[in-house]
Design a protein around this ligand. Sequence first.
Ligand SMILES: [Zn+2]
Ligand SMILES: [Zn+2]
Length: 306
Amino acid sequence: MAPRRAGRSRQVCLCLLMAGLASIYCGMHVYPQARSGSGKHQMRVFVTLSTMFLMCLLRTAYKLPGTVPQSFKAGESRGELPVHTREAKKTGDVRKCKWCGTLKPDRCHHCRACGACILKMDHHCPWIRSCVGFYNYKYFLQVLLYATTLCIFMSWTMGKSTMRLMSGSAPLWLKAVMCFGEVLLILLSIALALFASFHLRCVYHGQTTLEFCEKLRRSTRPWNPDMYNLGPWQNFKAVFGPNPLLWLIPFGRPEGDGLSFPGCVHEEHASQAAKVDGGISSKVGLLSPVRRRPPANKDVLCSDQM
Ligand SMILES: [Zn+2]
Ligand SMILES: [Zn+2]
């Protein structure tokens, strides 16, 4: 099922914001000093970062995050999944989406906004009107990294021009526009840096945003937060792909198929958690080292909320 897309207001705001900041930067900072060496150098860096940012943004928006294949619907009639899973219902049954009526592989969650089950769902992003999941998470991270770098570069290089303009005899409206752009860039730099740091931390620990939130909610219960943690290097390869030379390029694909995932590096912890939790016998958890009991009336990794 193709994800449903709705609402354009945020996209319009995003386009206006990007166009406005680029106009202020180019028109009031780069253009006045275009003849100088530093002006040309800054323009080249700005164009390069902007191009990469836009390419990654388009890839994130138009690359589908990945949905459950038809074979999972067919498997429903036989009561089994075509792949092995470690996540299951409390009863030990296969997780099933009550909206789509399809069986759900590990890390798959239903997005109400998109109207589909998304593979390795991270979150639904209203700015691109699509989910961020298995196939476009790499591009989403690249958007954050390039946007953060671009905002820091613009605010840093435009700082001197802003100070010079504010201390000069320029018209008041010109000072207000320049000051507005500079403050906005600084605030965006801070917000984007924090957001990017959070997502890099999630990648480092082999978690999605949903799994991070689930970990917080289960802080008082037996829970293995490293269920999919393969170690930092393998975790980054799982998201950005096997070739590090392509990690900053908006091409290539992550490792795997988004339907099954290798085990964690903390098998001992998982075994202990399974002992504490009593363990369950899932119909499909044949390869899973983890046998743990989910909370009452919910799937192991809930969702169906976003
Ligand atoms: Zn669904
Ligand atoms: Zn969605």
